[in-house]
Design a binder for this molecule. Structure first.
Ligand code: HAM
Length: 439
């Protein structure tokens, strides 16, 4: 016991999670603000849910890797298996299925949950991240994919990113399933196994990938490798048998890319190795990547999942959506020099010349707060120079000192610490003055 008490506890946070000091929180809030603004501009409503879910929710369709290797799961005191959510899609599907009779479709929903995955922490991947999820429920047609990808693009634009800073890789589960199950005649379990290998392609060397494909597919592996290495949709189609060239999966990709181009989204590329790890996708899948080689992991990932709501016994409700992570977008904003400059919340700092004026200073602060000004008051009774230095060090742009003259004349000198400029103002004029600065 004694030993336990004396042992110092480390100040380090848990592996793979972040502490957000005020300057980090400032960036995080900026990211959330842009995500919200863009999602709401498309008419998406915000929802939320608990971090805890019954583990069963993920067993059906989330995918073996995430469920077996990456979840934080435990038994609660009532012997129930509980998981910290590794993604939001099963939760939102559960919520929609639970109340589907009350809604009129389509539903356009978004959320910015924190998610937990037991990953090896590395650039772009942590054990806790926040992820904007935007999903549309109830639309079977490709209009849903177009809207969802347009929203993704609107978010990138709002962050200041240009179309050539990133590319939108697209593929279709329908054509991948056809290719594996019909063209290569693989059994469902073989085709599931090979799709997991394809999903991991970027995490291994070219040789390793070819070797793994050869041992999983055998004789047909050259056909598959040629398809997976095709440079564009035309080449991919030319390698398919005649009757598959107008397969619905292919037509959907073509239509999607054409329609996107028509509305000015010209940076989508067909990617035959894009699988997406989750088992619930049923149609178009997409991911967005930075085109500079600095950030090699996806920023967005999403697609169509028309059958996920069936696991709750609900009738089919088609759905399309994406997740966009805070870790990746922060890295990318840094790469392109687009991170916002930190501003503290306090707009003005009140310095107090003598202790006896403290209450007067507090009252002045109250008046300003009533006018929606964020104001902090010095509590230290330090020398006035030290009080001003404190404000400056904390990047508070303006100071006002309260002493005998100010109390007597009810007039204040508001000083801009950067320019050194002083403005003489009555108490009632200070708020107006600050607003005119747009601070
Ligand atoms: P996901 O591809 O696993 O999709 O994640 C989407 C995005 O979240 C990734 O592109 C990445 O930016 C970020 N992300 C994922 N894992 C991590 C991590 N460990 N650390 C940091 N960032 C990460 C999904 O989760 C799907 N449920 C998305 C979805 C919504 N599909 C349809 N609707």
């Amino acid at each position: 016991m004694e030993e336990k008490i004396n042992k110092k506890i480390s100040t380090e946070s848990y592996k793979g999670v972040r502490d957000f000091y005020p300057q980090d929180m400032f960036v995080q809030n900026y990211i959330f603000k842009i995500m919200r603004k863009a999602a709401e501009s498309f008419g998406y409503s915000e929802y939320g849910a608990s971090i805890l879910e019954p583990s069963d929710l993920y067993r059906a369709k989330t995918g073996d890797e995430i469920v077996n290797e990456q979840t934080y799961s435990f038994k609660d005191r009532g012997d129930r298996e509980v998981t910290l959510r590794p993604e939001m899609t099963p939760t939102v599907a559960r919520m929609v299925a639970a109340k589907k009779r009350e809604f009129s479709f389509p539903l356009r929903w978004y959320s910015i949950p924190n998610l937990f995955r037991y990953e090896q922490p590395q650039k772009g991947r942590l054990r806790e991240h926040w992820q904007l999820n935007a999903d549309i429920f109830g639309i079977e047609e490709i209009e849903a994919e177009i809207e969802i990808i347009s929203l993704a693009r609107a978010i990138m634009k709002e962050f200041g990113l240009k179309d050539d800073n990133y590319e939108i890789r697209v593929n279709n589960r329908k054509i991948m399933n056809y290719m594996l199950e019909n063209f290569l005649s693989l059994s469902p379990s073989e085709s599931h196994a090979i799709s997991k290998i394809i999903d991991k392609k970027d995490k291994m060397s070219g040789e390793d990938f070819t070797g793994k494909v050869r041992s999983a597919v055998g004789e047909e592996s050259d056909k598959l490798l040629n398809l997976l290495h095709s440079k564009n949709l035309e080449e991919f189609i030319s390698l398919l048998p005649e009757k598959a060239r107008s397969h619905q999966g292919v037509l959907e990709i073509k239509e999607l890319q054409e329609r996107l181009a028509e509305i000015g989204i010209k940076n989508s590329v067909f990617s035959p190795t894009l699988m997406r790890g989750f088992d619930y996708y049923t149609g178009i899948v997409f991911e967005i990547f930075d085109t500079s080689l600095e950030n090699r992991r996806a920023i967005f990932g999403g697609g169509r999942y028309d059958d996920l709501l069936n696991i709750f016994g609900a009738e089919k409700i088609p759905a399309v959506g994406f997740g966009m992570g805070d870790v990746m977008i922060r890295d990318i904003l840094e790469t392109y020099n687009l991170l916002p400059t930190y501003k503290p919340v306090a707009e003005i700092y009140i310095c107090v010349l003598e202790e006896k004026y403290q209450n007067y200073a507090n009252m002045l602060a109250q008046k300003l707060r009533a006018d929606d000004i964020n104001v902090a008051v010095d509590l230290s009774s330090r020398k006035i120079g030290d009080q001003i230095r404190y404000a400056d060090k904390n990047l508070i742009p303006l100071v006002v000192c309260v002493g005998e003259n100010e109390v007597k004349n009810e007039e204040f000198k508001v000083k801009n610490l950067k320019s050194g400029q002083e403005s003489k103002l009555k108490a009632v004029e200070i708020a107006e003055f600050l607003k005119s600065l747009g601070s």
